[in-house]
Design a protein around this ligand. Structure first.
Ligand code: MN
Length: 198
């Protein structure tokens, strides 16, 4: 799908005179050529984490109810959601009451990533990985590093699994979603973001 088309769903759900979220109308230039990722902690009606990967000029997105794990034995459900504009990666703030996704948003982690999905000795392009429902990326985040797999397991529901790969960045005892609670962008807690941005 062309990028502009793929943001229509995002734009339809939101009223940009009421929410501070980016409209995605103007695509801003990024600082780096490398593809980026972001994980946002989102205290909506249910607290969850949103994983977003840059693929073809948009942020392809999944809502991960329990957030990412650093333990390869833990499979985390990741429900595909609408594509977001690239500059959403810098969005930290409060979506007002009554608006879509109302609640506090924190940039929990961000960085660049590398596609590592190969068929034979050739890399499979990210766009193809997405279509195939088989994504393998190496994250260079502030909190998360190393290989992660995203695997589509229920096609009709766009339900995926997010799994840490077994590599030297795996750590079964770390549990980052419960112990690493501050913004990777501003070092603020959810309470501080709410207090300062609302
Ligand atoms: Mn969300």
């Amino acid at each position: 799908m062309p990028k502009k088309e793929s943001l229509k769903n995002y734009q339809k759900k939101r009223n940009f005179t009421k929410t501070p979220e980016p409209s995605g109308v103007k695509i801003k230039k990024k600082k780096t050529k490398k593809p980026i990722f972001v994980i946002q902690k989102h205290a909506a009606s249910h607290l969850h984490y949103d994983l977003r990967l840059e693929i073809e000029d948009v942020l392809v997105s999944w809502a991960v109810p329990k957030g990412p794990s650093t333990n390869p034995k833990e499979k985390r459900l990741a429900m595909r959601t609408e594509d977001h504009p690239i500059d959403y990666a810098n969005f930290e703030g409060v979506i007002p009451e009554g608006q879509y996704g109302a609640g506090t948003v924190m940039v929990w982690d961000y960085g660049t990533y590398k596609n590592i999905k190969k068929k034979g000795d050739k890399l499979v392009p990210m766009e193809q990985c997405l279509k195939n429902g088989q994504i393998e990326v190496w994250l260079y985040g502030k909190k998360l590093q190393g290989g992660y797999v995203l695997h589509l397991f229920k096609k009709d529901e766009d339900a995926w699994l997010l799994i840490k790969m077994k590599d030297d960045k795996a750590d079964a005892r770390r549990n980052p979603t419960s112990t690493e609670n501050k913004s990777a962008l501003t070092n603020r807690t959810m309470t501080e973001i709410k207090r300062e941005e609302e």
